[in-house]
Design a protein around this ligand. Sequence first.
Ligand code: NDP
Ligand code: MG
Ligand code: MG
Length: 332
Amino acid sequence: MAELFYDDDADLSIIQGRKVAVLGYGSQGHAHALSLRDSGVDVRVGLHEGSKSRAKAEEQGLRVTTPAEAVQEADVIMVLVPDPIQAKVYEESIAPHLEDGDALFFGHGLNIRYGFIKPPASVDVCMVAPKGPGHLVRRQYEEGRGVPCIAAVEQDASGNAFALALSYAKAIGGTRAGVIKTTFTEETETDLFGEQAVLCGGTAALVKAGFDTLVEAGYQPEIAYFECLHELKLIVDLMYEGGLEKMRWSVSETAEWGDYTSGPRVINEQTRAEMKKILSEIQDGTFANNWMAEYNAGLPKYNEYKKADQDHLLETTGKKLRSLMSWVDEDK
Ligand code: NDP
Ligand code: MG
Ligand code: MG
């Protein structure tokens, strides 16, 4: 079972005695920087020339410097720029200014796990990753609560890296909810697998396949949209609140019987075999290397896939229907 850590297990004074640089001010960056500051931590934000987030960070009372200056000043560097550019930011702005005893922090393990970033042995390498989007992380902190975090140490140069990571997690509210100890390998591989096989990839493909099946059989796209996409939220909310059991308690017995008998025909042995293959391509680095190659080539296939789905009947139908539902807010 997982090891859990709470407020009493973490010493806030450790991170309060350090100088923190938060690189990036997006979803995670803004939440970390603001909550660190409100927890009495000396924090500066490192942003590139022309950054769209700069004005917001300054408006919110933070000091913004270049990434290189931030690293120079700080001894704890949290890297919260987009994953595909972290290696470049590391080479250009972090590595030249890292000093023995500094700590390099990440919110996701991809670049360390696959060796795109190779820090020197003299620095701590830690991860503090909230299990939620940055806006929720910040809101919970402000309300005196927190979003659970996972924390990991890849390299313990100081001998105190995990205590430092817990202290950082406390400063952003994580230990109020609970921090689970993990490793860079476990976090990275399970995160990639979850988003590919289930959360984003699996769900999007399932919804599209169900929608297409109904439309190809002659049913109206608007009705197919409601049955295969819109109602998914209700089902997921129930699962989130009380697992499969609560979902099955809430739906009809007919729906529950169909769930038991048809579900395993959709997600069958072949699907499970494909999931194992996806997992092994994540574990052996094939996925990460292909993704970096695609990113560095200027995203040709990514843009092709994106365009194809934007033009899919599911999406054009959904746009039209959502405009009829005043309670569904597209921009939220
Ligand atoms: P975002 O895309 O929301 O934000 C990235 C930030 O980095 C922006 O402020 C961007 O500025 C800035 N930036 C871009 N290039 C540079 C550069 N060269 N130097 C300095 N800053 C730069 O990222 P996320 O917050 O989503 O992700 C950050 C990390 O957190 C990733 O490792 C991600 O995997 C992880 N994570 C994200 C979660 C999430 O919910 N989003 C959850 C858990 C972990 P500009 O505004 O100008 O583009
Ligand atoms: Mg420094
Ligand atoms: Mg992810």
